[in-house]
Design a binder for this molecule. Structure first.
Ligand SMILES: Nc1nc2c(ncn2[C@@H]2O[C@H](COP(=O)(O)OP(=O)(O)O)[C@@H](O)[C@H]2O)c(=O)[nH]1
Ligand SMILES: [Mg+2]
Ligand SMILES: [Zn+2]
Length: 285
């Protein structure tokens, strides 16, 4: 039987593919041998079922995007967790993650977590009007978590954020069934199996598939964003870019007739965001 489905788990060359007809444990030998393609969690695939109930992946659909850590593809939205409690999140890493996501056409939702410990006012001030939703949560008490559903329902999401910021706790809070291994256990699994590219998409309510990751998700091993396209990836810069008098303006410090710089001076672009932009432009972020 030929079926189509989604690859939701991969461990050492064994792939679990979820189809309407059920889940099939598959291999993909011919695929790699003939086409050099290694399936990735998140792939939309075609499989051929075998008499013993397993399957063989015969085709992988073109990927919309692929993250390096967690190794997962076809992500619709990146949920970036930050906090002003421990660990405190450095805004420049948020700027980098969210710019990379924008460049790859992945929506961003920013979650200021651990609000039961610290309300995260500084981060809220920086990100409240940059073009993506900002939600205050406590994964521990569950406060604010439900506000995330409208942004992630029916989507495939990846969680990103410093180790200890609450990614696993958030997955548990969203799951509700309490059946998932604790944060610590999945952390260990994630690290231990990283070399074998173990990554799993968890099924959550509201038709959400979610990838957890042990540390900060890494998009940076991918092609860097070309300098002329970087400013576009800071969504709130977009309305100013067109007013730069000099074509090809990279909006650097000291640049004359630069509408982006003027917006920073007038307080319409947050200085922290502009600093994050310059850091990326210099290749130091
Ligand atoms: N007070 C508080 N603790 C939290 C919150 N979210 C997570 N934690 C705790 O922070 C620690 C790290 O959480 P975890 O989910 O494992 O972080 P991860 O590394 O991002 O997956 C755990 O002890 C959690 O119980 C929160 O919103 N408030
Ligand atoms: Mg974790
Ligand atoms: Zn400019």
């Amino acid at each position: 039987m030929i079926l189509t489905g989604r690859l939701v788990r991969s461990i050492s060359g064994f792939y679990t593919v979820r189809c309407d007809e059920g889940e099939f444990l598959c291999r993909a030998r011919g695929l790699f041998r003939l086409k050099g393609v290694t399936p990735l969690t998140g792939d939309f695939v075609t499989i051929e079922t075998l008499p013993d109930g397993s399957g063989s992946i015969t085709h992988v659909a073109e990927r919309r995007n692929a993250l390096v850590r967690p190794p997962v593809c076809n992500i619709d939205a990146l949920v970036v967790l930050v906090s002003e409690a421990t660990p405190r999140t450095d805004p420049s890493i948020v700027d980098k993650m969210t710019a990379m996501a924008a460049y790859r056409d992945i929506e961003v939702i920013l979650l200021i977590n651990k609000c039961d410990l610290d309300p995260g006012d500084m981060l809220f001030e920086i990100y409240k009007t940059v073009g993506f939703p900002v939600i205050k949560t406590s994964a521990l008490t569950g406060d604010g978590v439900a506000a995330l559903w409208p942004y992630i329902s029916n989507k495939c999401i990846a969680l990103a954020g410093n180790s200890g910021v609450g990614k696993s706790a958030l997955l548990n809070a969203l799951d509700g069934s309490g059946g998932r291994p604790t944060g610590e256990v999945s952390e260990r699994l994630g690290r231990g199996r990283h070399t074998t590219r173990h990554v799993e998409l968890f099924a959550l309510p509201h038709n959400v598939l979610a990838a957890d990751t042990p540390g900060f998700a890494a998009l940076d091993a991918l092609e860097p964003i070309p300098a002329p396209e970087l400013a576009e990836c800071f969504l709130e810069f977009r309305s100013f870019i067109m007013d730069c008098r000099f074509t090809g303006c990279l909006h650097k410090e000291g640049q004359k007739d630069c509408a982006v710089r003027e917006a920073v001076e007038e307080g319409r672009i947050h200085p922290s965001r502009y600093a994050g932009y310059l850091k990326m432009l210099e290749g130091t972020a």
